[in-house]
Ligand binder design. Structure first.
Ligand code: HEM
Length: 429
């Protein structure tokens, strides 16, 4: 085990504006959030684009409190900083944006194909895809961009197989997913929010025309299955439960858009963060590699959990206060936006010993990368874990070393912490 930077030293500036996407240009601004956790755990932030401002919740315990008290902190008025109301919001709402009891009902309709049991059934298919991607990367030689050639290739292919859409649509779906979650980054979309006028798209998810394309695609996929059910997740999602309940067409389309965005980039960026962490900790790379060779699943699974904590790629989600409420000494007013910072909570030294130390043996490791202790716990958590584990198992035995081989480029975002380019140099076994 080797140490990372010491808190307060080597973590960068501690006074950055957490609203500004450019504050994340060099990665998550740890020093700034460390200071907030220590000095102002619940702090008020004005917004520059006409937004009404928000409370930033940065400590682990407070994040759990907000996530679990859905009667005080609602998701039903939006889960990003963007403020959108009325019919526009109603049309684009996805399952993240419901409160119980509607959310509970919605979740019951869609959760089965993503349960741990079902996901085990996908393992062979996932492994084959991972193997193919690794073999393709091997054909590139010792130096390549890990994001482009490995991490970007897998999640959408894997999700696409489960959903039952043609492999050949994978690249197009990745492009649309990128435009959604990268909606602040001019490299990812022609319509970056905040840099161009996106008012005409305010009624669609992420204020992005890519969502319209995905709506059309989802409609077409649903149509294909209507008279002719297939053995895939889309068919399962469209089928009524034993109680005869079923998703509406709009709910299905919004869920499809959510899966293509949430199920694609998040896993990609976690994969990239995982190999970067191992490249920076060669002794832990060697240990996980040996565990993959020996079939020691526990070591690999714990390494995956630490990668999830360490990368914590969805930096925040928002709630809205349903009444006046006090949180850690701050008086929050009904209607205020309350933003919980997962990437901050995952480095809270009140919860994690030596949080800036990457430690594949960390256990227990109750990170909040999936917000597992909230009603909105990530639907794709088991799938993402399986993808991350299988990729390690297929890749690591085939390489004896990995190092970072050039400048890293990051997504311009205050929402998703991701690398767009991660040049690596590997030694093939
Ligand atoms: C490493 C990868 C992933 C990370 C870090 C991640 C993170 C998260 C987080 C933090 C939430 C909770 C949001 C909240 O509290 O409001 C969430 C919810 C969700 N995630 Fe993921 N996710 C990942 C992969 C996936 C995948 C592969 C899928 C594909 C199906 C997916 C689909 C969803 C959905 C549908 C929800 C909404 C659940 C609900 O509202 O009940 N995610 N995710």
């Amino acid at each position: 085990m080797s140490s990372g930077p010491t808190p307060g030293r080597g973590l960068g500036r501690d006074d950055l504006d957490i609203v500004d996407p450019d504050s994340y240009a060099d990665g998550f601004p740890h020093a700034t959030f460390q200071r907030l956790r220590d000095e102002a755990p619940v702090s008020w932030w004005p917004e520059h684009d006409g937004g009404k401002g928000f409370w930033a919740v940065t400590r682990y315990e407070d994040l759990l409190y907000v996530s679990q008290h859905v009667e005080l902190f609602s998701s039903a008025q939006g889960i990003t900083l963007e403020e959108i109301e009325g019919e526009d919001f109603h049309l684009r709402r996805n399952m993240l944006e419901y409160d119980p009891p509607e959310h509970t009902r919605y979740r019951r309709l869609v959760s089965k194909p993503f349960s741990r049991r079902e996901v085990y059934g996908y393992e062979d298919g996932i492994r084959q895809l991972a193997r193919d991607v690794v073999i393709d990367a091997q054909g590139l030689g010792d130096r390549f961009d890990y994001v482009d050639r490995v991490a970007k290739q897998l999640p959408m292919k894997m999700l696409g197989r489960l959903l039952g859409v043609p492999d050949s649509d994978g690249d197009w779906l990745v492009e649309q997913g990128d435009a959604l979650l990268g909606n602040l980054d001019p490299e990812m979309t022609k319509h970056p929010v905040g840099l161009t006028d996106t008012d005409e798209f305010k009624h669609i998810p992420f204020r992005s025309p890519a969502a319209l394309e995905l709506y059309r695609y989802a409609e077409h996929q649903a149509e294909l299955r209507r008279g002719c059910p297939m053995d895939d997740v889309i068919t399962k999602l469209l089928s009524p439960t034993i109680d005869g309940e079923c998703l509406t067409e709009l709910q299905f389309k919004n869920l499809f858009v959510l899966m293509v965005s949430a199920g694609n980039d998040t896993t990609r960026y976690t994969m990239a963060g995982g190999i970067k962490a191992l490249a920076e900790h060669p002794e832990q790379f060697a240990e996980v590699r040996q565990a993959c060779i020996d079939g020691d699943a526990q070591v690999v699974e714990r390494a995956v959990e630490e990668v999830l904590r360490w990368t914590s790629v969805t930096m925040h989600f928002r709630r809205t206060a349903t009444q006046d409420v006090e949180l850690n000494g701050q008086q929050i007013k009904q209607g205020d936006k309350v933003v919980v910072w997962f990437s901050s909570a995952d480095y809270d030294d009140r919860q994690f010993a030596d949080p800036y130390t990457f430690d594949i043996h960390r256990w227990p490791n109750d990170h909040v990368a999936f917000n597992l202790r909230s009603p909105h716990l990530c639907l794709g958590a088991q799938l993402a874990r399986m993808e991350l584990k299988v990729l390690f198992e297929e890749l690591l035995p085939r390489i004896t070393s990995v190092e970072i081989d050039g400048p890293i480029e990051r997504l311009r975002s205050n929402f998703i912490c991701g690398m767009k380019r991660l040049p690596v140099r590997v030694t093939w076994a």
